[in-house]
Write a protein that binds this ligand. Structure first.
Ligand code: NAD
Length: 264
């Protein structure tokens, strides 16, 4: 493994009590990065995970419960990171939710929540992080977009709109920050078997009256040419490259990790 040179840096990872965010937080902690965890879940489980990360990786790990629909709480999370650690090197905008329905039946509150959590929260967190990173002369912002930030699927209008939006936001932020030492990039994964996707498999199996295995093969991985789920290390490898000095010239990019999905 290369030395990514990240020891003693500080990262905020939104939505890191589960799935991709948790895996990315652990990948950073394994490189010596102090981490602020965020997300919902059982308080005792979150505390156990926080303490386990500290013990396993020998870094400091804090938890901040900011709700990604609340701009003031998001700003506070970034302020707490800077206050507690004295710096902020890496911001991973990862929190996200999904809802699947035809547009004419799409619940308005679900549309609003998806846009708020999957898109607008990244604006609020980035807005708060930029002055800190600019003052440091270096920073790394990575947005978890999706293959759905580049192509669409039916019945996921809010998610596809939010993910296309986050790709556009990534490009705009990268141009604004191009001479500041701060890079901004989007990672666009195909399907990763997280709790978010497990729930989709169960829902689709019920809706279609078929077994979960058939849903995986015929529905979930239908668009993914390699017919394999993306695994956490495949994302962590790209993340570590982007946040290290090796990633200094990569900014404004939407990088696919999708088994060929968006090549088709
Ligand atoms: P997940 O459901 O496992 O985790 C989502 C995280 O976001 C959790 O920690 C949850 O508590 C947090 N969260 C949700 N609402 C929140 C809120 N209002 N405030 C704070 N935290 C909140 O999901 P995941 O599959 O790990 O997805 C993570 C990101 O990756 C999302 O942006 C998702 O769109 C994206 N993504 C996932 C896949 C996939 O196949 N799983 C593919 C492409 C992109």
């Amino acid at each position: 493994m290369p030395d990514y040179g990240l020891k003693d840096q500080v990262a905020v990872v939104t939505g890191s009590t589960s799935g991709i965010g948790q895996a990315m937080a652990e990948a950073l902690a394994a490189e010596g990065v102090n981490v602020v965890l965020n997300g919902f879940g059982d308080a005792a489980k979150i505390e156990a995970e926080r303490a386990a990360m500290e013990a396993r990786f020998g870094v400091r790990v804090l938890y901040h419960g900011a709700d990604m629909t609340k701009p003031g709480e998001i700003a506070d999370m970034v302020a707490v990171a800077q206050r507690e650690f004295g710096r902020l090197d890496i911001l991973i905008n990862n929190a996200g939710i999904q809802h699947v329905a035809p547009i004419e039946d799409f619940p308005i509150d679900k549309w609003d929540a998806i846009i708020a959590i999957n898109l607008t929260s990244a604006f609020h967190a980035t807005r708060a992080a930029i002055p800190i990173m600019k003052a440091q002369g270096r920073g790394r912002i990575v947005n978890l977009a999706s293959a759905h930030g580049l192509v669409a699927s039916p019945f996921k209008s809010a998610y596809v709109a939010a993910k296309h939006g986050i790709v556009g936001f990534t490009k705009s932020a990268a141009l604004e920050l191009a001479r500041s030492g701060v890079t901004v990039n989007a990672i666009c994964p195909g399907y990763v078997k997280t709790p978010l996707v497990e729930a989709q498999i169960a829902d689709q199996a019920k809706a279609r009256g078929i077994a979960p295995d058939r849903v995986i093969e015929e529905v979930i991985l239908a668009a993914q040419p390699n017919k394999s789920f993306v695994e956490y290390p495949h994302l962590a490898g790209l993340l570590l490259y982007l946040v290290s000095d090796m990633g200094a010239s990569t900014t404004g990019a939407a990088l696919s990790v999708d088994g060929g999905w968006t090549a088709a």
